[in-house]
Design a protein around this ligand. Structure first.
Ligand SMILES: Nc1ncnc2c1ncn2[C@@H]1O[C@H](COP(=O)(O)OP(=O)(O)OP(=O)(O)O)[C@@H](O)[C@H]1O
Length: 241
């Protein structure tokens, strides 16, 4: 088992959002994390990054994340936030190449080989035409895909993606889920993906975790489980305590 969550309790002060959550996912695997707005999906990712106080344990390869220093620098964890803001001028390929940061020493310059890798990653996402564009002039969806390209270059074992398809058109939503499936099946990555796009999960192989359920647990993705969870979420929310 690669990722184990044991008796996790997390929230903000009196407000407990995650109560006694436990699950294990084998490696490699795809896990969709679903639930109503405010159910605690991003909070779960914050726990993985040590950005929220929690009780219980988060284990990666049987190592407690609390005791692992710099998991992103070691290529263990990479995180794609829901919104990442850039308010300085930077070209798309300069932003993407930074995904290679952990292979560089402080202040070491990126080489032409690094830029070739960045260009190849952009090509995989059909974004070569944007390579030399100013990042801040791109549309929201284009920006989201550029961040995804940067995350791909990080080449981490476990990838936490917070709504990576939120702003994408229907074509790119399908493409990104296909890409995530290939990451798992061909590159052996583990992907934890927060999403509200349940119908996009239908062709996926992996698990889902519905944090809106009273006792969330892993369910295999299948037409039946996707449909049941869609109906569950459409039926309404539990009252917030
Ligand atoms: N720093 C904080 N202090 C207090 N409450 C917070 C803090 N951050 C988030 N919350 C609250 O915790 C709840 C869960 O937030 P979280 O971001 O985990 O939800 P989510 O399931 O990811 O929702 P969404 O689908 O809307 O992104 C929300 O009601 C939010 O207002």
């Amino acid at each position: 088992m690669i990722v184990t969550v044991k008796n996790l309790v997390a929230g903000y002060g009196q407000r407990v959002l995650i109560r006694n959550l436990s699950f294990s996912i084998p490696s490699p695997a795809f896990l969709a994390i679903i639930g109503h707005n405010g159910a605690g999906k991003t909070t779960l990712f914050r726990a993985f990054q040590g950005n929220v106080e929690y009780e219980g344990q988060l284990l990666v390869h049987n190592h407690d994340l609390r005791h692992l220093s710099n998991p992103s620098g070691k290529g263990l964890l990479a995180y794609l936030p829901q919104k990442a803001v850039v308010n300085f001028p930077i070209k798309v390929h300069d932003l993407v190449v930074m995904g290679l940061f952990r292979k560089k020493r402080f202040f070491e310059n990126y080489t032409s080989e690094d830029y070739t890798l960045a260009a190849q990653t952009l090509e995989q996402l059909q974004l070569s035409h944007l390579l030399d564009h100013e990042f801040t002039t791109l549309s929201g969806g284009e920006q989201q895909l550029v961040w995804l390209a940067q995350l791909m270059l990080q080449d981490a074992s476990i990838n936490l993606l917070d709504e990576p398809t939120q702003q994408l058109d229907v074509y790119y939503k399908n493409k990104v889920f296909e890409l995530l499936q290939r990451w798992v099946q061909q590159r052996g990555k583990t992907v934890l993906c927060i999403t509200h796009d349940l119908h996009n999960l239908l062709p996926m192989q992996g698990y889902l975790l519905n944090l809106s359920k009273p006792h969330p647990q892993l369910e295999p993705i299948s037409p039946q489980t996707v449909q049941e969870n869609q109906a569950f979420l459409e039926a309404g929310r539990q009252p917030v305590l």
